[in-house]
Design a protein around this ligand. Structure first.
Ligand SMILES: Cc1ncc(COP(=O)(O)O)c(C=O)c1O
Length: 468
């Protein structure tokens, strides 16, 4: 999440950048860190200063926390560098980038079984913006329906599991929609279809069903929610649409679970979002959202921008936005085709299942998921095991550079702390086996160490602060 930054105090320590006198001609000039210097420096000096600071960032390839792409082919890097100056919104200046965006929407619509000639969609900065747009379309449609029937529009609600990503909380807060959270239960780590549908009423703008829960990588039951909602419609006359949050699964399920009906094959699915920058295999930030048809996307949400003397319909929260990611998405579609995506996602899944299987055999751990939906799995320390916590393991793996986040589950399961591993393209079976060796080594080390339960509270708090 982007942090909100405070203006620093005037006399903050390290307020100036220290230049190495041998490498910088600007030895004598002052380079303040928090305000603009009176004069600039040479390009090489600036590059050196920024690069040096960034050494402190984690190694992206060892980051098993993120779902976001950390490796692309050199050809894709080249293409992105060539397109870095293109603004996605300048459809008139960059008509071919707009054309590539259109082709990507078509390719995804096809992959997700959208009815031919009817689906409509766009690129976004990521799934958060895409979810916001999907949610807005649900809200606008609900309001229009209620207004037309002369009914109250004061209290819209959205039904979803407590495991939703924070973007849905934001949506509800920003648009004044009541979030109706369906709690998780021990053994039930994602949305329960019956309870979700029981929470729906005439004020429900939609149900969010996640294909690839951020917490443990599992798929929520889209088809089951849909068929239960059909019954509600028959019995009570309430017609509740589904938005599928396929941030990760939108690029996994079509390749690994082609027979699973989670997409527009399910008639109640009105819209689907995905992150091109997760399993779409593009660097951050690109997302996609597609609506089943124009009826699912109210006309008054659409704005027109100038395009080749005519006007082009757009729906976005941003205006300017990089075009390079869209070009890179199209590059991936061309480069990989269906079989390429399938091979990559299958390789990730094989590694995830291998890792989870080996971790289960180690003794102290219990799997929450195995990586058989998304190539993502979570595991915890067994309830009766007292030697160490997941935070100890996470800390000790960090000493070798591995970033394996530890966090607690939401409301109702707050006492359940887990570790999660996201297997992405670029994380090989070799690296996975090295990780397993390191986990085993750290288990042995931890057996001989006292658990860190007496750490000061501020350090404990830092360890538990992983944000999805
Ligand atoms: C299920 C789900 N929805 C939405 C998001 C937000 O995606 P983005 O980072 O592309 O904005 C995430 C990110 O992890 C996610 O897992």
């Amino acid at each position: 999440m982007t942090a909100l930054h405070k203006q620093v105090e005037k006399h903050e320590s390290h307020a100036e950048v220290d230049l190495n006198p041998v490498y910088a001609r600007e030895k004598s000039c002052e380079i303040p860190r928090f305000k603009l210097a009176d004069h600039g420096v040479l390009p090489r000096t600036a590059l050196q200063i920024v690069r040096d600071e960034l050494i402190l960032d984690g190694n992206a390839r060892l980051n098993l926390a993120t779902f976001v792409t950390t490796w692309m082919e050199p050809e894709a890097d080249e293409l992105m560098a060539e397109c870095s100056q293109k603004n996605m919104i300048d459809k008139d200046e960059y008509p071919q980038t707009a054309e590539l965006e259109k082709r990507c929407v078509n390719i995804l619509g096809h992959l997700w079984h959208a009815p031919g000639g009817e689906a409509t969609g766009c690129s976004t900065t990521g799934s958060s913006e895409a979810c916001m747009l999907g949610g807005m379309a649900l809200l606008w449609r609900w309001r229009a329906r209620r207004k037309a029937a002369g009914q109250d529009i004061a209290r819209p609600n959205l039904v979803m599991g407590t495991n939703v990503q924070v973007c849905w909380e934001k949506f509800c807060q920003y648009w004044d929609v009541e979030p109706k959270y369906v709690p998780l239960e021990p053994g039930q780590y994602h949305l329960d279809a019956e309870r979700a549908v029981a929470a729906c009423d005439e004020n429900t703008i939609g149900v969010v069903v996640i294909v690839g829960s951020t917490m443990d990588g599992s798929y929520e039951p889209v088809a089951k929610v849909s068929s239960l909602l059909d019954k509600v419609q028959e019995q009570k006359g309430i017609d509740v649409p589904i938005h599928v949050d396929g941030a990760s699964g939108g690029f996994v399920a079509p390749f690994l679970q082609p027979d699973l009906e989670w997409d527009f094959r399910v008639p109640r699915v009105a819209s689907i979002n995905t992150s091109g920058h997760k399993y779409g295999l593009v660097y951050p930030g690109v997302g996609w959202v597609i609506w089943r048809n124009e009826r699912a996307l109210p006309e008054d949400l659409i704005f027109r921008v100038n395009y080749l003397g005519g006007d082009m319909p757009t729906f976005a929260l941003n205006f300017s936005r990089p075009g390079a990611q869209v070009a890179a998405q199209y590059y991936n579609f061309l480069r990989l085709g269906f079989s390429g995506y399938q091979q990559i996602q299958q390789a990730c899944q094989d590694i995830a299942v291998h890792l989870s299987g080996e971790i289960a055999k180690m003794g102290p751990f219990e799997l929450i998921s195995e990586g058989r939906d998304l190539p993502v799995f979570a595991f915890k320390v067994k309830d009766n095991f007292k030697g160490f916590t997941v935070y100890d393991i996470s800390d000790r793996l960090r000493m070798r550079g591995w970033q394996v986040p530890a966090y607690t589950f939401p409301e109702n399961l707050q006492d359940m702390a887990v570790l999660r591993i996201v297997v992405r393209n670029g994380f090989s079976m070799d690296l996975a086996n090295l990780l397993l060796d390191d986990i085993r080594t750290q288990l042995t080390a931890l057996e001989h160490l006292r658990p860190n339960t007496d750490l000061p509270p501020e350090i404990q708090a830092q360890r538990q602060s992983f944000a999805h």
